[in-house]
Ligand binder design. Structure first.
Ligand SMILES: [Fe+2]
Length: 241
């Protein structure tokens, strides 16, 4: 029988709560019953392998996907993807999606009264290199209103999907910008209890990767679950940690 080396579970409080009443959609989405602990099997510790041939090298530059340049402030977003033991995760697929500089998504569901940009789709993808590094060129996304409560506005953010080596390591998250005055009022940002974990969602302004006369830069490092040396035990009450 194949021995399964499971991935670590996240410490309590470091992930968004399923039920966070200030985030109104969570009232309908949150599980109504206690979670059931599922041990990792081969289905969870394996995942798709992405090769460089299937990722367009131009897809990491969202400012060059059309004949003209998109409006807005050009920025660099880069960082490293590592596991909890600080080992770089190479050839990991990273996909991003974001609003344009005016705070509008190219999506039928987005009814915000702000202009679309014919030179900006807001979608990008890339693979990490052998050191787990990635890099995007894009424009700074605009803040946008949403219907959660009266005068609700999302802070500027970029959505990230990071696959990692297995389905158990896939992470979908949002990157924020330092000093954004909307962060204290955003129920999505604030639905993670642990302050240090929450603040890891905020990118860092990074002089070293700026391009003089071209673009400012932000660093966003990502840590995915690491591998256990021994299988995770099922807890006595059957719940996840
Ligand atoms: Fe968004």
């Amino acid at each position: 029988m194949t021995k399964v080396f499971a991935y670590r579970r996240c410490p309590a409080g470091t992930q968004p709560k399923h039920l966070h009443p200030a985030y109104v959609s969570s009232l309908k989405r949150a599980p109504q019953k206690p979670l059931v602990y599922l041990p990792h099997t081969l289905s969870e510790i394996t995942g798709p392998v992405f090769s460089r041939e299937v990722v367009d090298v131009k897809a990491c530059d969202l400012t060059r996907q059309y004949s003209g340049a998109p409006l807005g402030e050009r920025i660099i977003v880069s960082g490293r993807v590592v596991d909890e033991d600080a080992r770089p995760l190479a050839n990991t697929l990273i996909e991003i999606w974001q609003a344009n500089a005016a705070g509008r998504y190219l999506h039928d569901a987005d009814r915000h009264n702000a202009p679309l940009d014919p030179n900006f789709t807001g979608e990008g993808r890339t693979l990490t290199d052998s050191e787990g590094r990635y890099r995007f060129v894009t424009v700074k996304p605009g803040e946008y209103p949403w219907g959660n409560h009266y005068n609700a506005w999302r802070p500027a953010h970029i959505h990230f999907s990071v696959f990692g080596p297995a389905f158990a390591t896939r992470l979908v998250t949002q990157m924020y910008f330092p000093g954004d005055p909307l962060l204290p009022f955003d129920p999505i940002f604030n639905c993670t209890d642990d302050e240090a974990a929450r603040n890891r969602l905020i990118s860092v302004f990074d002089w070293t990767t700026t391009i003089p006369s071209e673009a400012l830069a932000y660093r966003f490092d990502i840590v995915l679950n690491g591998r256990e040396a021994t299988p995770v035990e099922t807890h006595a009450d059957g719940r996840e940690r």
